[in-house]
Design a binder for this molecule. Structure first.
Ligand code: ADP
Ligand code: MG
Length: 724
């Protein structure tokens, strides 16, 4: 094999790697949640009365009295210290997509100089990190640093084991001194409460009397890439930006569909088992894993949980995934588009709402036309996506996700709802004021006696829809792989709360005017479908016809970039939505716009600087070296009177010079900072900077195809994707 020194060395390291094997010795029942201070741990550790109190708080969100908090704190410390833990930390979720933690020791010394451990209810309930360096979007003045973290008892504490020790982690919210939400958990909890309130109203109008608190649920499918770290370490773009900013396509990509659901490579399988055992210890129910479409791409999905816990677990999963991959010599890439020309990674957020008395309200059962509660909740989602599509788009906007959306591998940047054949026809009837029985999927009969017959689903799947009904839940498929699921969940819960409030109001008036229940539901849903039915679409979301029809005939918005999407946070209707539901004050919402806009600009600037740097210091020198060899050879050939291949020389020289001319334009563009508004700056990034980065890349990738392999300084796509 040829290649420059660094690449050859990487290949040899990988080839000679001593392969790890993984032989789990402990059964699931022994490791499951063994590092979690959950209800069953508490039942053993607490008095009956204290346990009853905390259980009520965990299950219903009821307030906890300080005396019980003291008892819980003490039991938590006992449990953790027995595991050798000496430090605790409130773990919180700032407005970045990662977590934050500040560790404190249990240690105190007494007057004799002896060390004892202490952990009181007040230490458990509240922490006060100097939070001045977290993004706050002008919610705080530069000189104001005080921030509080506060224990969220509804998400269980756990012990995080790393090579550097073990720490008791306490899931927490994070707020400013004035009490404004500086994190992703507070809005999520508030959005759930708003949904609960509105849903209870609708259910009681429907005659339900026993209504338990409603909760949203989330099961997130996580896609990711694994690249051997020997390659990754020679790619500053992968290390710093999480994606390749250069790289010509490999001759073989995903065209044979041979990776999807293929046999998992042995080394990856070992990583997965190790990683999943770690998740089990943390009480995270890892459920499925498989090869994804692109070479080097995989997926893991845990079983769904209450949204708040699922969101915390999702963050923990991403952290554990990256650290375990490192132990196995991989760099785990959660970026939405690490490699051009092959699929990127998403995070499908499966979402439903329900409670212990009415069950899952998005489960139609076998006769959806008779399930009035279901029809109302499903209708509420339809209205929500229609009214707040741009908000949903903004909730998943990032520089990285822009590379995926609408790129014919991921859902388009137009928000529509897929219902499936049976349900779509139920809602079409409702639009006409009817409610008729619909054919179910029927029985699958292949005519092969050895294959047992089974009940077919009432609708096919639609993989091109950004927001699809999948039997008993909606699947928001446009979410990016590196993103926190909180933002999308907040948007979904809040739009649902708003729609359910609208439905409750209409339903109450219709019932009051003498309509019987079924009739009232049809009247309300008929109006809803007339106003919002346009958002329901069952066809091919990738097609150009849809892109045209969605915008021109249906009035839906196509929002390709983050620069176009984030201003949705400033729309009057969105400000009112969050204010009326109590999820985010106008100030808190404005801060989100500011933080996300800044993150967008900064991540593009980092990439642009890397492009300039790598093109100038790695690619151009390789081109020049090759060019000098070519010209010397040409001179000797000419000296011998032989024919000279001027074409190669010309191609290399031209591509190198064009590349450098765009590098110059790009470095000038990075210097520009005189923008009147952040919107203007974002648009400049989206149009000018991204455009120039692509120009540099085009010429660099052309050079990769021209220059001798042994001179090429960066690991190539075929190496990173196929050598494991
Ligand atoms: P697929 O790839 O077929 O869509 P997966 O099994 O990979 O499905 O993932 C589906 C996800 O949806 C899982 O996390 C699963 O637990 C979750 N899920 C299933 N039912 C619900 C529900 N009612 N509410 C929320 N999530 C759900
Ligand atoms: Mg799915």
């Amino acid at each position: 094999m040829s290649g420059n020194q660094a690449r050859l060395q990487a290949v040899s390291q990988i080839t000679n790697r001593i392969s790890k094997s993984y032989s789990p010795t402990q059964p699931l029942s022994e490791i499951w949640a063994c590092d979690v201070f959950n209800l069953s741990t508490m039942e053993d550790a607490l008095s009956k009365s204290a346990f009853k109190e905390i259980k009520k708080t965990v299950q219903t969100g009821a307030p906890l009295d300080p005396a019980t908090a003291d008892v819980v704190a003490s039991a938590m410390k006992e449990w953790a210290t027995k595991k050798g833990v000496k430090f605790f930390s409130h773990i919180f979720y700032p407005m970045t997509n990662i977590t934050a933690e500040k560790h404190d020791g249990f240690i105190v010394t007494n007057s004799d100089g002896n060390a004892i451990t202490e952990f009181t209810g007040s230490l458990l309930i509240k922490g006060e990190p100097d939070g001045s360096s977290f993004p706050n979007g002008s919610l705080r003045m530069t000189n104001a640093a005080r921030g509080y973290t506060a224990w969220d008892p509804t998400s269980p504490a756990f012990v995080m084991n790393t090579a550097n020790g073990s720490t008791l982690m306490i899931p927490s919210v994070f707020m400013s001194w004035k009490g404004e939400a500086l994190d992703k958990k507070i809005p999520l909890l508030r959005s759930n409460a708003a949904m609960d309130k509105a849903a209870s109203k609708v259910l009681s109008l429907m005659g339900e009397t026993d209504i338990a608190p409603l909760n949203s649920s989330c099961g997130a499918e996580q896609e990711y890439f694994l690249v051997d770290e020997n390659f990754a370490n020679s790619r500053p773009d992968l290390l710093l930006a999480g994606r390749t900013l250069f790289g010509a396509a490999s001759a073989k990509g995903q065209q044979f569909d041979d990776h999807y659901f293929g046999a998992i490579p042995a080394r990856v399988q070992v990583f997965m088992q190790d990683f999943e055992d770690k998740l089990y210890r943390l009480g995270i129910p890892a459920k499925t894993h498989h090869n994804e479409v692109a070479p080097g791409q995989f997926e893991i999905a845990p079983y769904f949980e209450a949204a708040n816990v699922a969101a915390d677990h999702q963050q923990l999963m991403m952290t554990t995934m990256k650290s375990t991959a490192k132990e196995h010599g991989f760099l785990c890439l959660l970026h939405e588009k690490p490699f051009a020309g092959i699929n990127g990674s998403g995070k499908h957020v499966n979402w439903s709402v329900g409670n212990s008395t009415q069950g899952n309200l998005l489960d139609p059962g076998s006769t959806p036309h008779e399930n009035l509660n279901f029809l109302l909740f499903c209708g509420a989602v339809i209205r929500g996506v229609h009214l707040y599509g741009p908000l949903l788009r903004a909730a998943i906007a990032s520089a990285a996700n822009d590379h995926r959306l609408g790129a014919n591998e991921a859902p388009p940047a137009i928000l529509s709802v897929y219902l499936g054949d049976q349900l779509e026809s139920v809602f079409n009837d409702i639009k006409e004021g009817k409610l008729l029985e619909k054919a179910s999927g029927g029985v699958m009969d292949l005519g092969l006696s050895q294959i047992l017959k089974f009940e077919r689903d009432p609708g096919d799947r639609n993989r091109t829809s950004p927001f699809a009904f999948t039997g008993n839940r909606f699947e928001f498929r446009a979410v990016g792989s590196s993103q926190s699921v909180s933002g999308p969940l907040v948007a979904m819960n809040t739009m649902l709360a708003d729609s359910l409030n609208w439905i409750a109001e209409k339903l109450e008036a219709t019932l009051a005017s003498g309509s019987e229940k079924t009739e009232a539901v049809i009247i309300v849903l008929k109006e809803l479908m007339e106003l919002h039915g346009n958002v329901v679409f069952g066809g091919d979301g990738y097609s150009s016809e849809w892109h045209k029809a969605a915008v021109e005939e249906r009035g839906l918005k196509n929002i390709p970039t983050t620069a176009d999407a984030l201003p949705a946070f400033k729309e009057e209707s969105v400000i009112k939505l969050f204010e009326n539901t109590g999820v985010l004050s106008p100030g808190e919402l404005a801060s989100r716009f500011e933080v996300y806009a800044e993150q967008y600009v900064q991540s593009i600037e980092v990439e642009a600087k890397l492009v300039v740097d790598m093109a100038t210091t790695k690619i151009y020198p390789a081109a020049i070296t090759y060019l000098s060899t070519l010209t010397k050879t040409a001179e000797s050939l000419a000296g011998m009177g032989l024919e000279v291949d001027g074409l190669s020389i010309k191609s290399v020289a031209t591509e190198a010079s064009k590349m450098m001319s765009f590098v110059k334009q790009l470095s000038d563009a990075i210097e520009k900072h005189d923008f009147d508004t952040v919107e203007e700056h974002m648009t400049f990034c989206a149009d000018t900077i991204c455009g120039l980065m692509l120009e540099v890349r085009t010429h660099a990738d052309a050079l990769e195809g021209l220059i001798a392999d042994e001179l090429w300084p960066l690991p190539k796509y075929q190496e990173m994707l196929f050598i494991k």
